[in-house]
Design a protein around this ligand. Structure first.
Ligand code: UN1
Length: 509
């Protein structure tokens, strides 16, 4: 594969690109180093905010809320419309930053920015469709209805692997719902977050909306904690590990805040005896090895019928052998680097544990390009064939490691699909209508996402995104996920001139 860019090449590219997006690159100084997984070397120096700053930011956001909640929702949508235009102008620049900081290949990085533009489009339409219901009142001359109002300040904590899109899913919806956003991005992707914020800041300024509608705070875990604990944050939307969610959820609940958690996944595909194997192989390879296995929706398990499991494993292993692993900015690369050494250690540890449990490594697993980029962690995506869903298989290892398990009976396959603590995404490859329907039914997959004849990752923005069990239960993005960003008021209006009480209660004085 091609060479890996040098420290100065990548750093210059990152800073020029950030500048074009509106970041004041000259002011980037400090003792915190931002590095790239592409070469494992520093790209910029910057400063982290201390936790006390969170209070200032949330206070400013609260002031912005008071003004913004009075702006009619379709006018709020006009701001998001302009944001989408600017994102379209800066698509390639933002994608370049995503590649540099998250290690995504160009096509997937562009896809991430497209996802931002798509959610903006969705939010603009939504700004005229924040519907409440009317219900028949049991009393004559009464009307019963619900109204949706802006909720308040939304705190967003996002992860390195979708450094731009996850924030935008929250922010586009929050803005049309009337809520300002305070964002604590991943420590690993600061330039991407500054650039994303700068583009939105331009739209906000042009619109004449309050500047504090969007704020980004670079900082460490203590900044995240301050956001989680702040009473002024009405909704805390956090994407990351189950461990992080376990810390965040109870803290927000303790102060009666709302949380929206999008945590780990351990996503499987069931491949039945009637599946189109060409389709299955393509779907599995993208979902399991794409993004170097670092999506929360990445496919981590294949549960294949005994009649196809050998052929499928051979074909997957052959496809894995052909995967071009290397510089994500170079044309032709399909698998970029892992985010860092800890991910590499987790992957090799999981492979060793699975092999120790009797699994067989049938593809990949080794580190590559070590001589070109000793500080970076490129690996060949791995497949382990195993007969049992052992403890390591039930864990989420955030790396391109796919377990292939056999099954005999379709109900047992569904049980295996569900027998993990996480419940984000799932799919079935089958030509049998009854199997497909069973998989999607109440007795089928227990995940928030259940697909037929496509992989587990790469969801469109139009659906509600999220999952059950240790995935955290939150839903973001499309469908009616907007309701989490608003508060509901139930209204009873009496135009009868009498005062009949509900439930027929008599209280005549
Ligand atoms: C994530 O990995 O946190 O469905 C989000 C997908 C993307 C979003 C993934 N649309 O793979």
């Amino acid at each position: 594969m091609s060479t890996i860019p040098s420290r100065s090449e990548l750093s210059e590219l990152a800073l020029d690109t950030a500048r074009r997006c509106g970041v004041d690159v000259g002011s980037l100084t400090g003792d915190v180093t931002a590095s790239s997984p592409v070469n494992g070397l520093p790209v910029a120096s910057l400063t982290w905010r201390d936790p006390a700053y969170v209070d200032e930011a949330v206070t400013r956001a609260g002031e912005a809320f008071r003004a913004w909640q009075r702006v009619p929702a379709p006018q709020r949508g006009a701001l998001v419309k302009r944001w989408a235009e600017l994102l379209t102008e800066h698509r390639d620049d933002l994608a370049t930053l995503v590649s540099i900081e998250a290690g995504k290949i160009t096509s997937e990085a562009r896809g991430e920015i497209q996802e931002m533009i798509d959610i903006c489009d969705f939010a603009v339409g939504l700004s005229r469709q924040l519907y409440g219901r009317t219900m028949p009142s049991e009393r004559p001359g009464h009307r019963l209805m619900e109204t949706w109002h802006p909720l308040g300040v939304v705190g967003v904590i996002s992860a390195f692997n979708f450094p731009a899109a996850v924030w935008s899913w929250n922010t586009a919806i929050a803005l049309v719902c009337g809520d300002p956003v305070v964002w604590k991005p991943s420590e690993l992707t600061p330039l991407t977050s500054l650039a994303c914020h700068a583009v939105l800041a331009q739209a906000i300024a042009e619109h004449g909306a309050p500047e504090a509608l969007s704020q980004v705070i670079l900082g460490g875990p203590e900044v995240g904690r301050a956001l989680v604990d702040h009473d002024g944050v009405a909704l805390l939307s956090a994407t990351g590990s189950t461990r992080m969610g376990r810390a965040v959820g109870p803290r927000v609940a303790e102060r009666f805040g709302r949380s929206l958690l999008e945590l780990g996944g351990n996503n499987a595909a069931v491949v039945t005896g009637s599946a189109d194997l060409d389709l299955a192989v393509r779907g599995i390879v993208f979902a399991a090895a794409g993004t170097a296995g670092q999506r929360c929706t990445t496919m981590r398990r294949v549960i294949a019928h005994t009649s196809v499991v050998d052929e499928l494993t051979d074909r997957l292993a052959a496809a894995y052998d052909r995967l071009p692993v290397g510089n994500p900015l170079a044309a032709g690369t399909l698998v970029g680097p892992l985010i860092g050494g800890a991910a590499y250690d987790a992957m090799t540890g999981a492979v060793a544990a699975a092999v120790g449990d009797g699994g067989v490594l049938v593809a990949g697993g080794g580190r590559v390009h070590e001589e070109l980029a000793p500080e970076a962690f490129y690996v060949r995506p791995a497949i382990v064939r195993t007969d049992r869903q052992t403890a390591v298989v039930a864990r989420e290892t955030f790396a391109p490691l796919l377990y292939v398990l056999p099954y005999d009976d379709f109900e047992a396959a569904i049980e295996l699909n569900n027998a993990v603590p996480q419940g984000l995404s799932s799919s079935v490859f089958t030509s049998d209508l009854a199997e497909a329907e069973l998989f999607l039914s109440a007795e089928g997959s227990d995940c928030g996402i259940a697909n037929v004849n496509i992989g587990t990752s790469g969801a469109e923005i139009g659906g509600a995104f999220g999952g059950e069990k240790q995935t955290g239960g939150g839903r973001e993005s499309g469908s009616d996920a907007w309701r989490a960003y608003m508060r509901r008021a139930t209204n009873t209006i009496n135009f009868s001139g009498e005062l009949p009480l509900a439930q027929g209660v008599d209280f005549t004085v």
